[in-house]
Design a protein around this ligand. Structure first.
Ligand SMILES: Cc1cc2nc3c(=O)[nH]c(=O)nc-3n(C[C@H](O)[C@H](O)[C@H](O)COP(=O)(O)OP(=O)(O)OC[C@H]3O[C@@H](n4cnc5c(N)ncnc54)[C@H](O)[C@@H]3O)c2cc1C
Length: 444
């Protein structure tokens, strides 16, 4: 840290006191104990988003996370993910006093289940290292002449030899991330790849005008274990490509699908082009309610039930096979006609006897149970998203140091970069690995 007649020049200034920024400041100051490190955070607390992670339990890394698990080239993520792999992240937090537990699929949490302890441990470490922490500091612009000048809302300027942009992306804007990091990076000539909300619920088409199956609000609240796959369908020639698939609990909302497996698939939804509604293609989510069964086996099961329950109303066919609130939709979808009656002002569906259902309808039902398709209108918005897909173009950043290739002394880390991972601790793993890497190298 240097002092001139007019100002103090910090060795390292970190913009953003979230997961990657706190880690970057800790690493920089550990590397440079006598140096001046300042951490600037717009909120009145550090790690506001971190406190909300993992439903308040903070799933802070994943023992299975690998460089190729991210939505960018593994060549970029590899150096940081190897230098600070999940085991290192666990060790770093262990040294800060966080006892951890590993749960299903490698998810790592504080043992107590209280995510706030992660933020508290980081704050304690920042204090112990004597990092200058400035809260309520909204950075409005960053420029470089012989040093970096960081302009704060209110008119103050902070000077530094090195700057780390750790402002996050645009997801979870309510926690303080509004995309400012992209503006700062662009001002140094960086390109930003198209950003979009990811790890987010999707909205399904509810318009019944063209006779295709449409989303029904009454499905809200249904949960089902299933395999879900995402299909991209070209509007030019109808070609269909399976983009990705996942297993888990699918949740039906008033407007579409949700749940961790749907979140993971949402990362792959990228609408392009300019044809129908400004799109070249559309996306479908296909729900397989019986992933361990073949279509043939389902058909025989339905056939047997038709015989055994012949005199029952037709909806008995699918009782206990799928959630009862989905049964009417499935029967309608295969063209089986019921009657809607209004009893005391409440609409109710009644069905003819099960024996009247045809072989063809049984066949269609077996197919549908293996793959009920819903057209995706879009994802939910930024405030519902857990992460940002897209961001600062990684080819313009040195993967070993996280330094910008366009401006010496400028570093970027965390979600502001075009790196996103699936649910389960992958994104915090990246935030900590890239933050630590940026901090160490900025302090060199
Ligand atoms: C509800 C929710 C749950 C999640 N759960 C998990 C989970 O369990 N596991 C997991 O791995 N990931 C999870 N994530 C994703 C994870 O939290 C992020 O990927 C991660 O926090 C990104 O770290 P970051 O440091 O890049 O950004 P952030 O943690 O978002 O931090 C950026 C910080 O910069 C500050 N800032 C922004 N602009 C300015 C400015 N102009 N001036 C000053 N400060 C500024 C912000 O206020 C913020 O504090 C979750 C996300 C959400 C929204």
């Amino acid at each position: 840290m240097r002092k001139t007649a007019h100002e103090t020049i910090y060795d390292v200034a970190v913009i953003g006191g979230g997961a990657s920024g706190m880690m970057a400041a800790i690493a920089a100051k550990s590397q440079l104990p006598e140096g001046g490190v300042i951490l600037l955070e717009r909120n009145d607390i550090l790690g506001r988003k971190l406190l909300a992670t993992g439903n308040g339990r903070c799933n802070f890394t994943n023992t299975l996370a690998l460089p190729l698990d991210y939505g960018t080239s593994a060549e970029f993520t590899e150096p940081a993910m190897e230098a600070v792999n999940p085991l290192h992240v666990i060790q770093i937090f262990d040294s800060m006093g966080i006892l951890y537990r590993v749960e299903d699929e490698g998810r790592v949490y504080p043992h107590s289940g209280q995510g706030a302890t992660v933020t508290q441990a980081m704050e304690r470490k920042l204090k112990q290292l004597d990092v200058r922490v400035k809260k309520n500091a909204v950075v409005e612009a960053v420029s470089y002449s012989t040093k970096f000048d960081i302009m704060l809302k209110g008119g103050k300027t902070i000077a530094a030899d090195k700057v780390i942009i750790a402002c996050g992306g645009k997801a979870g804007g309510q926690y303080g991330c509004q995309g400012d990091g992209y503006t700062f990076a662009k001002s140094f000539g960086h390109d930003v790849k198209k950003i979009r909300p990811a790890l987010v619920a999707v909205n399904c088409r509810s318009d019944e005008a063209d006779g295709r199956d449409a989303w029904k609000k009454e499905w809200k609240g249904v949960r089902s274990q299933a395999k879900v796959s995402l299909w991209r369908v070209s509007l030019r020639d109808g070609e269909e490509t399976c983009v990705a698939e996942d297993h888990g609990e699918v949740q039906f909302t008033d407007s579409g699908l949700s749940g961790i497996c749907v979140f993971n698939l949402s990362r792959h939804i990228v609408f392009t082009g300019n044809m129908k509604d400004g799109r070249n293609e559309t996306y479908m989510m296909e729900v397989d309610f019986l992933p361990d069964w073949t279509e043939e086996r389902i058909y025989h099961m339905l056939e047997r039930r038709r015989e055994e329950l012949a005199e029952h109303d037709a909806d008995a066919l699918l009782m206990s096979v799928v959630n009862s609130r989905l049964i009417n939709g499935l029967l309608e979808q295969v063209g089986f006609k019921g009657l809607t009656i209004v009893l005391d002002g409440v609409e109710e569906k009644t069905w003819p006897d099960l024996k009247t259902i045809t072989d063809d309808q049984l066949m269609k039902l077996a197919k549908l149970l293996k793959g009920w398709r819903f057209e995706i209108e879009g994802t939910r918005g930024w405030n519902d998203a857990q992460v940002t897909a897209g961001g600062v173009d990684c080819t313009q950043v040195d993967p070993v140091t996280m330094e910008s290739k366009l401006q010496r002394g400028l570093y970027l880390c965390g979600e502001v970069l075009d790196v996103d991972g699936k649910c389960g601790g992958y994104n915090l793993q990246w935030a900590f690995a890239s933050g630590y890497t940026a901090g160490i190298h900025a302090a060199e």
